[in-house]
Design a protein around this ligand. Structure first.
Ligand SMILES: O=C(O)CCC(=O)C(=O)O
Ligand SMILES: [Fe+2]
Length: 359
């Protein structure tokens, strides 16, 4: 990154207990989960109809004009869209949802085999503790690197439920591997269409992310919370990715901020919610928005989701595409590499990481 060096990262510490254990033991809400901001009673916000984009139509040149415009408009206003007709069948999506639920339902000693280690990021655990004052999110997670394949840490890939790693139906690939491959195609098609929607060369966003982009998966589990208004499922943030592909279950919880107002995001069983991340906001010189979002929990139902982050190769330089910098639209962001490092350093200070690269 350029001149302004961010502060050194705090060492991640091992969490004492998963949120699930707190719930099982019927413990009082620990102090370090209770929000100190005054923003209470926020569960009942308006539902927003996020634009739905048909990825099949985007791909076909005879029909793509209108769909491209929908994509462009959705990403420049909301920063996200519901992607349908993406080529992944509903039974397969349901299978992914099911193994996610099965994993978090395993006995604690089984899940602990995949526990995150001190100083590490990957594996199973609760919110990563980055600073002492941090208010923890009401969530447990399993965090894995999917790509490049040679960087997978298979010791964190659950063997139970067995579908997670082993044979799915007649194929030799495991579910998560298969899901990774399907998402590779979808993310490439979407990043190309995003470029095309701005009259740019198809590969201009993809190329900036490098030949070996990092792709990570975050399986999120939000146990029921006796006092949902006191905690965050996930506190407000924007993603460090180029794009994020989110698979929600049937329980609502995601909220999106636009013009200082929060909106509930609906769940659509056959759709992915795809959002722009900070890298796309930078590359598009601010035309596409990396939306601030958060998750609220509820006292009646637990919720799971799977977020897949398509990131850049760490050493690749990301910057606004030349032709999007004009006299009327001056360059908004500096050149940046290793954005994930900057991201966590600013996040722990409660700042929006993208501020670090604004000109
Ligand atoms: O659980 C969700 O719906 C969203 C999770 C999320 O924002 C994230 O993992 O970055
Ligand atoms: Fe997110």
């Amino acid at each position: 990154m350029a001149e302004s060096a961010p502060p050194a990262p705090a060492k991640t510490q091992l969490p004492q207990k998963s949120v699930q254990e707190l719930v099982i033991n019927g413990e009082e809400l620990p102090e370090n989960y209770i929000r100190k901001d005054g923003d209470r009673g926020i569960l009942d916000v308006p539902l927003v109809e996020i634009p739905v984009v048909d990825l099949g139509l985007l791909a076909s040149s005879s029909t793509s004009g209108e769909e491209l415009e929908k994509l462009r408009s959705a990403l420049s206003s909301w920063g996200c869209f519901q992607a349908t007709n993406h080529g992944v069948t509903l039974p397969f999506l349901d299978k992914v949802r099911e193994v996610t639920k099965q994993f978090f339902a395993l006995p604690m000693e089984e899940k602990r085999k995949y526990a995150r280690e001190a100083g590490g990021i990957e594996g199973y655990g609760n919110d990563m503790i980055l600073s002492e004052q941090q208010i923890l999110d009401w969530t447990d997670r399993l965090y894995l690197t999917l790509n490049p394949e040679d960087q997978r840490k298979l010791k964190y890939w659950p063997e139970i439920p067995e579908d997670f790693r082993q044979v799915y139906s007649l194929q030799t690939w495991d579910i998560l591997h298969e899901y990774t491959i399907k998402l590779e195609m979808i993310t490439a098609a979407v990043l190309k269409a995003m470029a095309r929607s701005l009259n740019l060369e198809d590969n201009c966003f993809l190329d900036q992310c490098g030949k070996r982009p990092t792709v990570t998966a975050r399986f999120n589990y939000y146990p029921k919370c006796p006092r949902p208004e006191l905690v965050h499922g996930v506190k407000p943030h924007a993603d460090a990715s180029a794009i994020t592909v989110l698979l929600q279950d049937e329980v609502e919880g995601l909220q999106l901020q636009k013009d200082d107002q929060w909106f509930r995001v609906p769940t659509i069983p056959q759709a992915f919610l795809i959002n722009a991340g900070d890298l796309v906001e930078i590359m598009s010189n601010g035309i596409f928005k990396s939306p601030v979002h958060k998750v609220v929990t509820n006292s009646e139902r637990e919720r799971t989701s799977l977020a897949v982050f398509y990131l850049a190769e760490p050493e690749e330089e990301i910057q606004p595409v030349d032709s999007l910098v004009t006299e009327s639209r001056p360059r908004l962001y500096k050149k940046v590499k290793n954005y994930v490092d900057i991201y966590f350093q600013y996040y722990q200070l409660g700042k929006r990481p993208i501020e670090a690269v604004k000109i």
